[in-house]
Write a protein that binds this ligand. Structure first.
Ligand code: ADP
Ligand code: MG
Length: 233
């Protein structure tokens, strides 16, 4: 069944950085299987390798050793063109600081990536409108970034990350810069994406609430995966 198929497979992945005469073991021997439709929360103290692991999954960095296969593509030995294509077509990225374009309104920010891919104006805006409804931002479609709260900006950024129907969405501390009320709404949006299986989600978080709504929690320490648990429900 396609739905149950593995999306992500990491085998013995390491990422070492040389820093002077020292080697930092940012990611150390990580093996993981993630199925399509899972919502993974990655937790662990600052400096334990979470962002490095996300960069590897995003094809923004290559492992020192080990293999990473996502959606049938071997990221560890893909060339730059293949990695660019992977990021453009199959990946959605959400950051702690929302990275919206200030000269565009909400609807334009969300539809812009589709326009770049040559999708018609009408279809891009229709799809963006649907996603703005999903994230509860349809009543703010014509607002500009400076007119939005942090939480509203993040919900817009999540809609943008979904616009090209990526198979994988990676978010690195998406509630890290939000007040608790905004964080709660963003968490609700992530939970909904997971529940409706709109994309496989891998979310780095310090939030117990985000970890709670995930379907699996992965805990890292010193570059390693040291614990995992599966939701019983
Ligand atoms: P986290 O996201 O969990 O806080 P990071 O993945 O950012 O952790 O960092 C893991 C370790 O790798 C840290 O010790 C960090 O200093 C180191 N590191 C991250 N990026 C680089 C880099 N580009 N060059 C050297 N060391 C790095
Ligand atoms: Mg980090």
């Amino acid at each position: 069944m396609a739905d149950k198929a593995g999306l992500i497979s990491l085998r013995n992945v390491t990422r070492h950085y040389k820093s002077g005469d020292r080697t930092v073991h940012a990611v150390e021997d990580v093996s993981l299987e993630i199925a399509r439709g899972e919502f993974i929360a990655v937790t662990g103290p600052s400096g334990c390798g979470k962002s490095t692991l996300m960069h590897l999954l995003a094809g923004l960095d290559t492992p020192t050793s080990g293999t990473i296969v996502i959606d049938g593509l071997s990221l560890h030995d893909a060339d730059d063109d293949a990695l660019t294509d992977y990021r453009r077509r199959r990946l959605g990225l959400v950051f702690q600081f929302f990275n919206l374009l200030p000269t565009m309104n909400v609807l334009e920010n969300v539809s812009f990536p589709l326009l770049l891919q040559g999708v018609s104006h009408a279809e891009s805006e229709a799809r963006a409108g649907e996603l703005l409804k999903l994230v509860g931002m349809d009543d703010r479609a014509r607002h500009f970034v400076h007119q939005l709260s942090g939480g509203e900006q993040q919900r817009t950024a999540i809609a943008r990350a979904l616009i090209h129907r990526p198979s994988l969405v990676i978010a690195d501390e998406p509630t890290g810069n939000l007040d608790s009320k905004s964080a709660e709404m963003v968490t609700g949006v992530l939970a909904r994406i997971g529940k409706e299986r709109l994309a496989t989600l891998v979310v780095v978080t310090h939030s117990a609430e985000v970890a709670r709504v995930a379907s699996r929690r992965i805990e890292m320490r010193d570059g390693k995966v040291v614990g995992q648990d599966l939701d019983s429900s």
